[in-house]
Write a new protein. Structure first.
Lengths: 249, 392
């Protein structure tokens, strides 16, 4: 049996009367890419915020690498990396300065932070622009830096919240390759996206959330099999069948 | 704590990248100082215009006016009585010298001549100085006139022609004016310290409070660019984040005051080395207290505009109550309310050291109050951030 690196049990979170997350349970194995899909307002980002220690859950248990998020938050933070949905960079600083700064925040010393920053910039194809001001980068380059920062400190679990939004196919493809490369190195990844073909291509398993709950969880192949021939139907068909076609805010 | 230091360094680096903030923070103290120097330090000579109504038009009133005109820095403006009265009436002028008709004749006949000052209130600071100068010149004329009459009276009946006596006396008096027995030498050793003593503490504390405005945006800016959430998923604790931001603000505020104090030291020679160090210590503790209050605003504010407005209103209240722009009367209600302003303690401490020649020991309790505000402010800001939505 594969080793479970992240375990979530009966997670709840409400904002006033609104139940954003309502009894979510799942686990991610070591070296697995796990897709968390759902329409807007389904509770994906709230779930990620709780898993990454930013938000406190109302109830439920989360353990990451054997550490409890509630009781050992600092230990959890030392083994996770987060690539937020929005680009979160210091635009007035250079790429390398951003990376070194977050490396230091991740607990690296100056030398290691600099070395890792260069390695990750190389990985993202941005080593030539290391000293360039982020403000002058294109959207795709900023996305890649955003992801590269999440890798600082060599995390064991990576949260990627829609890392490919609004970028060109070349940058997106580059990011896919990197994510698959990280998986090969044994990194566990929780991935959210609105691009179903992306989830189909990258994720070992996928959970579809709606109304704060997980409504289905399986491999993309098995999910597609539930409504037809996996070669003919797409994950988007499954998604729309389960979450409906009505527009969400 | 190491990570708090990285936050501080990062904050300073970002500050140096932002040309607007940099100009506001570092160049403005220099500009303010230049203005102060222009206003209080550049001119050491008193300059004013004496308004005179000459209703006499005789020899001695003319001599008086000429002698006044010869005083360095004094200009003369001759007015009609009607014009002078009207301008005094509407407070356009605060002091006018009236030389009444018959002034010269009275002097010649050996009577008692009078000069009249008409003034509004006390005549204003400039008017008082002018009146004093006019009294001096009139007194000098009076003495010369008496000497002249005495010599004439003593030499009367000796056969020496009167015009020769007049010429000789005038010659000796002129020599005396050129080379007085008791000379007064003016030696300028710096700008006018009274004005600087009065205003420098207020200006220094005001700049520290301006730094508070920048600090108030500290958390909102991180939130806006998304880096706050990112930082909260690293090993950095919220306490370290707050302390790092606080230290950056203290550094900024202190550097601004350092510029002002150094220039004051170099140009106005306001300090001894010891009082300069004491002023630096006061500024450092005040910057810490102001930064801690800035952190409270930072933890409350939900938008950049909100943060800036709260900080500006807060700063203006502190500055007003602290007696930066005007002296707060002792025993007044304002003085009691002013005890709630951190500027009051900083201004008082700086005045003690800069203007009154006091030592750091004389300001201890004020510094203790400021240090206490700093510690309590930091604690409150951390508590607020724990309970507000989106906080941690």
């Amino acid at each position: 049996m594969a080793e479970e690196f992240l375990m979530v049990k009966d997670l709840h979170k409400s904002f006033n009367e609104f139940k954003a997350v309502n009894g979510v349970s799942f686990s991610i194995e070591k070296g697995e890419i796990f897709g968390l899909l759902g329409p807007n307002g389904a509770g994906k980002t709230t779930t990620i915020r709780m898993l990454s220690t930013v938000l406190e859950a109302d109830s439920g248990d989360i353990t990451v690498g054997g550490y409890s998020v509630k009781r050992e938050a600092e230990a959890v933070r030392s083994i996770i990396g987060v690539c937020p949905q929005d680009i979160a960079l210091y635009e007035d600083l250079s790429a390398i300065d951003n990376m070194v700064f977050f490396g230091r925040m991740a607990g690296l010393n100056g030398k290691d932070a600099r070395e890792q920053a260069m390695t990750n910039l190389k990985l993202m194809g941005l080593v030539e622009r290391a000293k360039g001001k982020v403000a002058k980068f294109s959207g795709g380059m900023k996305r890649r830096i955003n992801l590269a920062i999440a890798l600082m400190g060599n995390p064991l679990l990576l949260f990627l919240d829609e890392p490919t939004v609004g970028i060109d196919p070349q940058s997106r493809n580059h990011i896919y390759e990197n994510i698959l490369g990280l998986q090969k190195k044994g990194m566990s990844i929780l991935y959210t996206t609105h691009y179903m073909e992306e989830a189909d291509r990258l994720c070992n398993r996928v959970a579809i959330m709606d109304g704060g709950q997980i409504i289905t969880l399986d491999t993309p192949y098995n999910l597609k099999s539930q409504i037809g021939s996996p070669e003919e139907v797409t994950l988007e068909d499954v998604f729309l069948k389960l979450t409906g076609r009505s527009l969400r805010d | 704590m190491k990570r708090a230091l990285f936050i501080t360094l990062n904050e300073i680096r970002l500050y140096l990248q932002d040309k607007g903030d940099l100009a506001f923070g570092l160049l403005l103290p220099v500009v303010t100082f230049a203005l102060m120097y222009g206003a209080f330090g550049g001119h050491t000579l008193f300059e004013a215009t004496a308004r005179i109504v000459n209703e006499d038009r005789g020899a001695y009133s003319t001599q008086l006016i000429e002698q006044l005109d010869a005083v360095e820095g004094i200009d003369i403006e001759i007015l009609t009585a009607a014009d002078a009265d009207a301008r005094l009436e509407r407070s356009d002028l605060l002091l006018v010298l009236y030389i009444p008709a018959g002034f010269s004749d009275e002097l010649v006949s050996g009577g008692k001549a009078e000069l009249i000052f008409k003034q509004r209130g006390n005549g204003g600071q400039e008017g008082q100085i002018l009146a004093s100068i006019i009294r001096g010149v009139a007194g000098e004329m009076n003495q010369e006139f008496q000497v002249h009459n005495q010599v004439k009276s003593n030499l009367g009946g000796t056969g020496i022609p009167e015009d020769r006596i007049d010429i000789s006396v005038q010659k000796y008096l002129e020599e005396e004016r050129q080379q007085p027995v008791v000379g007064v030498v003016e030696e300028v050793v710096g700008g006018s310290p009274d004005f600087i003593n009065l205003y420098l503490p207020g200006i220094v504390t005001m700049y520290v409070l301006f730094a508070l405005t920048i600090n108030a945006r500290a958390i909102v800016e991180e939130r806006k660019r998304g880096t706050l959430e990112r930082l909260l998923t690293t090993r950095l604790s919220v306490g370290e984040l707050f302390f790092g931001k606080f230290m950056a603000s203290v550094t900024r505020g202190f550097v601004q005051t350092l510029i002002l104090l150094c220039l004051s030291y170099a140009v106005f020679q306001l300090f001894t080395p010891l009082s300069f160090l004491a002023a630096l210590v006061i500024c450092l503790i005040f910057a810490a207290a102001a930064s801690a209050l800035g952190m409270i605003i930072a933890s409350i504010a939900r938008s950049e505009d909100g943060a800036v407005w709260i900080a500006v209103v807060f700063t203006m209240i502190m500055v007003m109550l602290g007696g930066t722009f005007f002296q707060v009367s002792e025993g007044s209600i304002l003085e009691t309310i002013g005890k709630f302003s951190i500027s009051t303690y900083a201004n008082d401490a700086l005045r003690t050291v800069v203007a009154e020649g006091g030592s750091l020991g004389d300001t201890v309790w004020k510094l203790v109050v400021l240090a206490g505000i700093c510690v309590v402010g930091l604690g409150i800001s951390r508590l607020i951030f724990k309970v507000i939505p989106g906080g941690k």
